[in-house]
Design a protein around this ligand. Sequence first.
Ligand code: MG
Length: 228
Amino acid sequence: MDRLILWDVDGTLLTTDGIAAKAMHAAMRQVVGPSAPMERTAYAGKTDWLIIRESFPSLSGDGVAERLHEFMDAYCAGLELQRAALVARSQVFPGVAVLLDALGATARQAPLTGNIAAAARMKLECTGLLYLLDLEAGAYGDDHYDRAALVPIAAGRAARRYGRSFVGPQIVIVGDTPNDIACGKANGARTVAVATGPYSLAELAAYGPDAALPDLSDTDAALAAIMG
Ligand SMILES: [Mg+2]
């Protein structure tokens, strides 16, 4: 158990077929107004907190926190209304469940995602992945606006839970965007990019991850990429 594998959620483990994005946009419109950014790549790899912060450039820290809580309430309520649709239409990417299960024997695994914690939990619950990750050791889009700051937050939680520290390449960041790669590199972690989100394998490779995969369907290739 000398690795801490931190998984991005959307585009890496699963897709909600646009259901969560729609709920998020509705919550954003409610809090931000009609000028809320709607581009898929405008959100990719960003924390929900950062998206709110960028949507209110004139607000101070306290003002942003207030808006973030308004957004969280609206977003969670919207997701809850879509729970049946999330269960019916969300998809776990090929190989993910087998890979998480295989890694569970030798590594600690938790989410590291721009999703607020409640949204991450709901997505993992609705896709049956919840039991494969330790949510208490993860870090989320309501912990900090800067994704790079989420790595030490998760490492600290993991250290408290498991009674040991994880440093440098003992931490592995797996994600589908340049922001995932950057947050791992900023913390000296191993980085694995997977091209099941909005970026192609070539686009991700240009950011210099330690490994890049088209998807996670080849369990042996994915284990090699992650364990190094
Ligand atoms: Mg992602």
